[in-house]
Structure formats: structure tokens, C-alpha cells
Write a protein that binds this ligand. Structure first.
Ligand SMILES: Cc1cc2nc3c(=O)[nH]c(=O)nc-3n(C[C@H](O)[C@H](O)[C@H](O)COP(=O)(O)OP(=O)(O)OC[C@H]3O[C@@H](n4cnc5c(N)ncnc54)[C@H](O)[C@@H]3O)c2cc1C
Length: 474
């Protein structure tokens, strides 16, 4: 091993002598990977192919001890540090250019206690890992809709998916976490221990330390649920959306129905002539009894004249992975997101106008439905503040060739600006791209930002954990 140059927190560079790195490598359980070494490319490659950064070195942690030593090394030498969980975040902050990358993706253990209805989860676990272990006992905790997403980043930002209207955000089900803070100490954060830190990590992202273990409350769900897709022709989209918003407003908490507008992929249940044409999809899941689910789904199935309706009983774990084939890693991605309280007609028209001009076959506009249990938690109870939001728009712009970057990003920004007059001004931190640092204070955290900034000053005054949607220490 030779002397190695690292990017520092202040933007300067420093050189760590070979013997310092050798000693560090010898103290780790997991591998330390330098450019060209086995594991380096795998660790730095993340979901969004737009992100192509080259850290000076990567620690592929094998446990909390490796995390502690990595944080201490970075703190001692003032090294730029990034932390990777599942590597799914659109902004790509899991990887840093020229700094030290801490890769947690090999820590995937999930231990379920079915009697106590608890899961203890390591920070490299994917949502599929958690669902498979919990569903073995007919249990679940609310997480996102793409099963390859990492539990760590999702949880630290808030986390919502198909059963959140019934059971709340992922952070509303977080009971405790082990966290390595900026001074390299491992502490427990829960309602009883370090409650300030516990408040901050429930939405404050990676700003406050490295989570090495999460403990979640579980609920009976499935293993079979009523779920599936209802596909409508785009010509009917305006009428469908107007009926949809009325039905969602009076739906039980168990029922969650999201909207996806895109060009139809070649799904086997769609006639070939529909493939590649614009469609509106209602994606629905009922977190409860099958008979009650069928009854609650009936009004949604009765909307308009769908091209296809494949809502019915299915394994919850399978439904949790239903969108995986459309959200595979390796594409170029750019996202923009708004929160809405309702979906007025002019907003619907704005969205439909954008769908008519989709810049690539893989682009989609998602409208997620929130509310229910999420909104019964006070905005100040966790760092995640958006407890009045009923709909979240996420524009998933997705394409393959770098030559298409310009038109695809431009289309996204035009839609974002056009929809802004109808939005709350808030934004879910986990849906923000890397160029949105100006939205962190007012948009991502709003009324909770001042407290987050004070806690950042307490737990990370030097801003060691800055590769994230960053909270500036007060
Ligand atoms: C296709 C797709 C679908 C999605 N669907 C949903 C959804 O339905 N619901 C939802 O809520 N979100 C969803 N998301 C957003 C998702 O929650 C975020 O992308 C999240 O950050 C992913 O977590 P990760 O661990 O995979 O990400 P990473 O990129 O590994 O990490 C993101 C950031 O989190 C921090 N971080 C990661 N691990 C740790 C740790 N252990 N300790 C401290 N900080 C850490 C770091 O700052 C890092 O930069 C989706 C994302 C994608 C790409």
C-alpha cells in the first residue's frame, strides 16, 4: 500500500501515509478497498447511474466496530466522509469524490421476535430482507414501494409506503437505533435514552451519526392482502383522477391507492396495442382482512372503464416488490417532488399536460397517497414535519443515454415549476435530488429546522456528516 491522498472536509487534500492506512486496514473486520481493488467498484456503484464519484478508499463494514473506527479516522484527519446504506438515494450522497466512503451494504441481518412483534435490523438491509423475515410471521412495518431500497436511508428520512396510512411512517414505528456519533462513540437513541438524538434521526437523515442497528415495531399484515393495478386509457385520466381524489378522501386507513402516469410497459395483462402508449394506473393495497379489502377496493375498481384490472388477493411480500421491474438500478435518474393537501382541477390539468410530453419511455409521475395515521402525529413529534400532506408527487424522470440529460431534466423542472402554485412548499427529504440544497431548510424541515440545527451543533459541530441533505450546525 502506498501513501494515499484524501479530500478533506474543508475542500483541501491531505495525504495519509501508507503505515496509517495499513494499521487502519489491520484493525478492521471488513475490507478496506482502494481504487482497483476487489469490491471498490461494487461499493461505489449506486442505484442512480448519474452518480459516478470515486472515493479515495472504501470501508466495507462488517460491524459497528468498523463504523466506529472509520468515523474516528475521518474525524481525526478531517476527511470527507460518506455513508452508504442501500445506495438508493437519488442525490447520490452515499458516495463522495476523493474522500472516505463507509459502505454498510454488507450488514443485512434481520432478527424478528414474533412474540414481542419487534424486528432488529442492520443498516445494509434492503426492504425485501425485512419483508421476507417479518412476513414469515405475518408481520410487517411500513416501508417503501421498491423492495431494493435500503432500510437505513429510508428510515432516517421518514419512510412511507402501502401500509403507512394504517400504521404510520417508518419512523413512527422506530423504537430505537444504535448510532455512532461524530466523536466515534456508539450510543443508543430511543424515547428513554438520548431522546433529542432519537427525535433528530426520525427524519433528519444522516446528519447526526451512523446508525448501526434499528429496532422496529411490527404489525399483523398479510401474508395475503388485496392489492394490484387498475390500468386506464390516458384519454380518461382527467375523469379518473377527479373520482380518485373523492374516493381517497373517504377511504379507510387500511386502503392506500397511488397513481402512476407513464407509457405502458409491456405487462402481460395489457393488450399489445396499449404498450408504449400513455396510461393512468391506480395501484392499490388494503392492509387488513381480505373480505374487507375487497369491499374497500370495489369503488376504485368501479371508476370508468379500465383497460385492465388485476386487483385481487396476493402475497404482501410480492406486492411490496411489484414495482421493482420498473425501478431497476443502472438508469440515469432525476427527480422533483412536491407535497399537496389536495388535487384541484388545474393541478390535474398541469400533470396531464406533462404526461403528454414525457421525454422518455421510462419516465413516470407518481402520486402517493398519505394521510391516515401519518397525519395524526403532531408535526413537532419527529424531525419529519409534513403531517398535513395528503398527496406527494414524485416525478421519476428516467432515461438511458447521457445525451438525453438536457431534455429530460428540463422536462422535470418545467413540471415542477408549473405544479408549484398548488404545493405546500414542503418536500420529503428522501425525494430530493443533489441540486436542491436550497430546499433543505424551509422545504424539507420547515418548523423543525431550528431544532435540528441546534441538535446538529450538539452532536456534530464540525459537520463531519455533511454528505446528505445537510443541516448546518446552529
Ligand atoms: C426507486 C425508488 C423508490 C423509492 N420509494 C420510496 C418509497 O416508497 N417510500 C419512501 O419513503 N422512500 C422511497 N424512496 C426514497 C428512499 O427512501 C431514499 O432513496 C433512501 O435514502 C434510500 O435509502 P438507502 O439506504 O438505500 O440510500 P443510500 O443512498 O445508501 O443513503 C442515503 C443517505 O442516507 C444516509 N445514510 C444511509 N445509511 C445510513 C446510516 N446507516 N446511518 C446514517 N446515515 C445513513 C447517508 O446520508 C446517505 O447519503 C425510493 C427511492 C428509490 C430510488
Amino acid at each position: 500500500m502506498s501513501d494515499t491522498q484524501f479530500r478533506m472536509l474543508d475542500g483541501m487534500v491531505t495525504v495519509l501515509p501508507a503505515q496509517t492506512l495499513e494499521a487502519f486496514r489491520g484493525a478492521l473486520r471488513g475490507p478496506l478497498c482502494l481504487p482497483g481493488e476487489a469490491g471498490y467498484e461494487e461499493a461505489r456503484t449506486i442505484w442512480n447511474a448519474m452518480i459516478d464519484k470515486r472515493p479515495a478508499a472504501v470501508v466495507r463494514a462488517a460491524g459497528a466496530s468498523d463504523v466506529i473506527q472509520t468515523v474516528r479516522l475521518a474525524a481525526r484527519h478531517g476527511l470527507l466522509l460518506s455513508v452508504r446504506g442501500g445506495g438508493h438515494n437519488i442525490a447520490g450522497n452515499a458516495v463522495c469524490e476523493g474522500g472516505l466512503m463507509l459502505d454498510l451494504s454488507r450488514l443485512t441481518s434481520v432478527r424478528v421476535d414474533p412474540q414481542a412483534r419487534l424486528a432488529r435490523v442492520e443498516p445494509g438491509a434492503r426492504l425485501a430482507d425485512l419483508d421476507r423475515e417479518t412476513q414469515a410471521f405475518g408481520l410487517a412495518t411500513p416501508v417503501g414501494i421498491n423492495s431494493t431500497t435500503g432500510i437505513a436511508g429510508l428510515t432516517l428520512g421518514g419512510g412511507f409506503g402501502w401500509i403507512s396510512r394504517k400504521h404510520g411512517l417508518t419512523v413512527d414505528n422506530l423504537l430505537s437505533a444504535d448510532v455512532v456519533t461524530a466523536d466515534g462513540e456508539l450510543v443508543r437513541a430511543s424515547a428513554a435514552e438520548n431522546p433529542d438524538l432519537f427525535w433528530a434521526i426520525r427524519g433528519g437523515g444522516g446528519n447526526f451519526g451512523v446508525a448501526t442497528s434499528f429496532e422496529f415495531a411490527l404489525h399483523p399484515v398479510g401474508p395475503q392482502v388485496i392489492a394490484g393495478l387498475i390500468v386506464h386509457p390516458f384519454a380518461a385520466a382527467r375523469d379518473v383522477l377527479r373520482e380518485y381524489r373523492e374516493l381517497v378522501a373517504k377511504a379507510p386507513d387500511e386502503l392506500c391507492c397511488w397513481v402512476v402516469m407513464r407509457k405502458a410497459p409491456p405487462l402481460p395483462f395489457l393488450p399489445p396495442e396499449v404498450h408504449g402508449t400513455e396510461v393512468l394506473v391506480l395501484a392499490l393495497c388494503y392492509a387488513g382482512d381480505l373480505a374487507a379489502g375487497a369491499e374497500a377496493a370495489a369503488p376504485f375498481k368501479a371508476i370508468g372503464s379500465p383497460i385492465a384490472d388485476v386487483v385481487g388477493p396476493m402475497p404482501f411480500a410480492a406486492w411490496q416488490a411489484a414495482f421493482d421491474p420498473l425501478l431497476t438500478p443502472g438508469a440515469r435518474n432525476y427527480w422533483k417532488s412536491h407535497d399537496f393537501v389536495d388535487l384541484p382541477d388545474p393541478l390535474i390539468d398541469t400533470l396531464l399536460d406533462a404526461v403528454r410530453r414525457l421525454p422518455s419511455p421510462e419516465c413516470e409521475i407518481f402520486i402517493g397517497s398519505l394521510g391516515g395515521a401519518i397525519n395524526r402525529v403532531p408535526a413537532g413529534a419527529t424531525a419529519y414535519p409534513h403531517r398535513n400532506v395528503n398527496f406527494v408527487m414524485n416525478v421519476h424522470t428516467r432515461w438511458r443515454a447521457a445525451s438525453e440529460d438536457g431534455p429530460c431534466i428540463a422536462w422535470t423542472r418545467v413540471l415542477y415549476e408549473a405544479a408549484a402554485p398548488f404545493a405546500t412548499g414542503g418536500v420529503y427529504v428522501n425525494f430530493m435530488p443533489e441540486d436542491e440544497s436550497q430546499r433543505v431548510q424551509a422545504g424539507a424541515y420547515g418548523p423543525n429546522y431550528a431544532r435540528l440545527a441546534r441538535l446538529k451543533a450538539k452532536f456534530d459541530p464540525r459537520n463531519l456528516f455533511r454528505m446528505n441533505q445537510n443541516v448546518t450546525p446552529a
